[in-house]
Ligand binder design. Structure first.
Ligand SMILES: Cc1cc2nc3c(=O)[nH]c(=O)nc-3n(C[C@H](O)[C@H](O)[C@H](O)COP(=O)(O)O)c2cc1C
Length: 207
């Protein structure tokens, strides 16, 4: 297990265990149009409230105009690594239609996003979601209509060597182990706060 693979109390699906959010991307390798299509197909098949399908995407491949325009909406910090991505996407939530507000629109976009990210792993790629972008700049740049909210930027690419990041802090962060709340602080039974699973157990405590 690499430092980046999830440390789980029981085995979980390999795609989930291996997913993480790298910044060190290899800009000598491309994301193919077929791979981009596959991650978007995966996102398209996400569940949503009443099948309202609130998720939409703007997407570009490195070298094209849309990629350049999405990159320009990212914070400088995110631009500093995301320019090496093979594809950049903006995830948008359709929050209103002719009948009014779409319930759970952002939840739906989140589900689509996780489908997209896991399909990227299945394609041998990596994906890194970013809140660090300017939604108003996306609105202006891509003439996004009212009732549609630019909610997330996503870099999809090929994992590179940590050294491409250049600075020591960035490399240390890139190679550090990943942490999560322990399961006993995450899932409860009976009253709030009563752990469903104790550390290291794979079954609920007896009795
Ligand atoms: C909604 C959201 C916004 C995020 N925004 C950024 C961001 O702007 N820049 C960045 O480098 N990482 C960003 N991340 C990545 C998180 O920091 C990362 O998912 C988290 O630290 C857990 O690490 P892991 O994905 O490697 O498990 C974001 C993730 C999510 C889900």
């Amino acid at each position: 297990m690499s430092d980046k693979e999830a440390d789980t109390s029981v085995p979980i699906h390999d795609l989930i265990a291996r997913r993480w959010s790298p910044r060190a991307l290899d800009d000598t390798v491309e994301v193919s149009p077929e791979q981009l299509r596959a991650v978007l197909e995966a996102a398209r098949w996400a569940p949503s409230f009443g099948n309202t399908q609130p998720a939409r995407y703007l997407a570009g491949l490195r070298g094209d105009d849309t990629f350049r325009r999405i990159l320009g909406t990212l914070t400088e910090r995110n631009q500093s690594w995301a320019h090496r991505a093979g594809a950049l996407l903006i995830g948008l939530a359709v929050t209103e239609n002719e009948k009014g507000e779409i319930p759970y629109a952002e939840y739906g976009l989140g589900l689509a996003g996780q489908n997209l990210v896991l399909q990227a792993v299945a394609e041998g790629l990596v994906a890194h979601q970013m809140a660090g972008f300017d939604p108003d700049a996306v609105r202006r740049e891509f003439t996004v209509p009212a009732g549609v909210r630019p909610a997330i930027a996503i870099a999809v690419g090929v994992l590179g060597a940590p050294e491409v990041l250049g600075d020591e802090r960035g490399i240390a962060r890139e190679t550090a182990g990943r942490k999560r709340l322990p399961l006993e602080e995450f899932a409860f039974t009976g009253d709030w706060g009563e752990p469903l699973f104790a550390t290291g157990r794979s079954h609920p405590p007896a009795g």
